[in-house]
Write a protein of this length. Structure first.
Length: 255
């Protein structure tokens, strides 16, 4: 404990000394505390650089750390855990990942993931094909299915319109949705995108494209707070938002 405090004190002193030599005196008093903290953080991060006894282990950690939400420490823990497992278990794990990547398919109707050309939801005779719920990602399909309040089918856009990230309407499956509506089998389209600026922009764009069809366009009730991602909304709130959905053109004023 005392060694850590002493080390940070030395770093802080070195930072102050460096900054006092680097910055020329001015009429304003220079507050060095922020710079000292930042210098200490950078120095400490360098001190925590991990050394590996094996290049193979290092490469495995680097690859695992590329996964979302996985840092270097967690990646190291996972790599060492796999190293301790029996060979058949590790091979089974790797086979499952490889088969998922190589063999999983996207439904030709709704673009949900599937093991066959048409997913189990689209092919189910118990689902209401006259109602389409438009969602952003596959995770949103899972979230809505967990509510057990929806019996229609889905359409996965694959994202939302986001010019900042270079995602435009042509990068989404909007044209595929319009083709589905042309069959005259659909009575309602539920816009179930996340309540964010990008989600609302995509909602409005799609509404402009499909409003001439003889269908009802609805959107989730605003029990889903603005700014929330759909996948992080609890099942009860999401289920009520589905049941209390409103007409899309009533959710905003169109001039």
């Amino acid at each position: 404990m005392y060694e850590k405090i002493y080390t940070l004190q030395k770093i802080n002193k070195a930072a102050n000394h460096y900054l006092q030599k680097t910055f020329k005196p001015t009429s304003h008093k220079l507050n060095l505390s922020i710079y000292s903290i930042r210098f200490a953080e950078l120095k400490a991060s360098k001190m925590q650089t991990q050394t590996y006894p094996s290049k193979l282990l290092e490469r495995a950690v680097e690859e695992l750390a590329k996964l979302p939400g996985i840092g270097n420490r967690t990646a190291l823990r996972l790599a060492l855990h796999l190293l301790r497992q029996p060979q058949p278990d590790v091979e089974q794990f790797l086979t499952a990942i490889g088969e998922m990547k190589n063999n999983i398919r996207f439904c030709s109707v709704c673009h949900n993931i599937s093991d066959t050309d048409i997913c189990s939801i689209c092919s189910s005779p118990s689902r209401d094909k006259s109602t389409i719920c438009v969602v952003e990602t596959i995770k949103d399909v899972m979230s809505i299915e967990n509510t057990m309040q929806y019996k229609g089918v889905y359409h996965v856009l694959g994202g939302v319109i986001n010019p900042m990230e270079g995602i435009g309407p042509n990068d989404l499956t909007i044209n595929s949705l319009i083709d589905r509506l042309s069959s005259n089998e659909v009575n309602e389209v539920i816009m179930a995108l996340s309540a964010t600026t990008e989600g609302d922009t995509t909602n409005f764009y799609i509404y402009k494209k499909i409003k001439h069809f003889p269908i009802v366009v609805t959107t989730l009730a605003r029990g889903v707070a603005f700014g929330n991602e759909l996948e992080y909304t609890d099942e009860i709130t999401l289920g009520r938002a589905l049941l209390n959905r409103i007409k899309f053109d009533n959710s905003f004023s169109v001039e």
